[in-house]
Design a binder for this molecule. Sequence first.
Ligand code: AMP
Ligand code: FE
Ligand code: FE
Ligand code: ZN
Length: 282
Amino acid sequence: MKIDLHTHSNVSDGTEAPGELIRSAAKAGLDVVALTDHDSTDGWAEASVAALEHGVALVPGMEISCRTETGISVHLLSYLHDPAHPGLLEEITKSKDARLTRAQRMVSLLAEDYPLSWDDVIHHVAPGATVGRPHIADALVAAGAVADRTEAFTAILSSHSRYFVQHYAPEPAFAVELVRAAGGVPVFAHPVASARGRVVGERTYREMVDAGLLGLEVEHRDNPEEGREFLRRFAAENNLFMTGSSDYHGTGKVNLLGENLTRPEVLARIEELGRGSKVVRA
Ligand code: AMP
Ligand code: FE
Ligand code: FE
Ligand code: ZN
């Protein structure tokens, strides 16, 4: 059984429509794939139809951007939550709206040094999609400033860059509570991905566990091996399950579907625990 529990479509910053993503998952030989767009569940309906058509099981999910009070970015995966839960919906709507003004601010700053306008960025965002730095990266590529998204991030868009602007994001423990309230299964995404920026210490893990965290994404290309040792120990001590996944973004990242996998027993546990929606399978 090949199970990949973290992918993005063009409902956020992936490059394929949800249906295309499911077709790619089938082609890659996956049996189960989770769609986890940033701060949005808008791709679930199209992905569900495609899942039945292509014989791939779909785990409906989402990746919530969070930030600690000390300013450290945390990504929280949610599986099988109720997409209409008012509290959770209100929070992701706030983030989505804030992402839009934040991207506009970043483009104003960038426009001082690069041939870039807001229209150039919007051109790369599917209607209604969650706007992120990858879309600004696409516009920089189109303007000839960089070769690809990866270069855009290292050279221009990193969190240390002078063009970087933050957006509203809930605190991690609060997001965990909301996911549980919505019947979902919260999993800490790429927790030790230090190349992306500062990572949280054990105190934040404890707050998230106290709020109802259920799993850690251990097998992810951005988690360095030393960090994985810590994650395995922490998971064992706190009765958390461990997942593995690709964080596929279509052609937007080098990550390939199925490059890391989750064990069937773990998926079974997620299915037992998730009460807000169901795995879609033919
Ligand atoms: P944002 O959510 O707008 O702050 O943008 C962060 C997103 O950019 C992450 O979810 C990643 O998918 C993407 N990203 C980060 N680093 C890179 C990179 N080096 N190449 C391509 N995409 C990246
Ligand atoms: Fe992303
Ligand atoms: Fe992430
Ligand atoms: Zn992701």
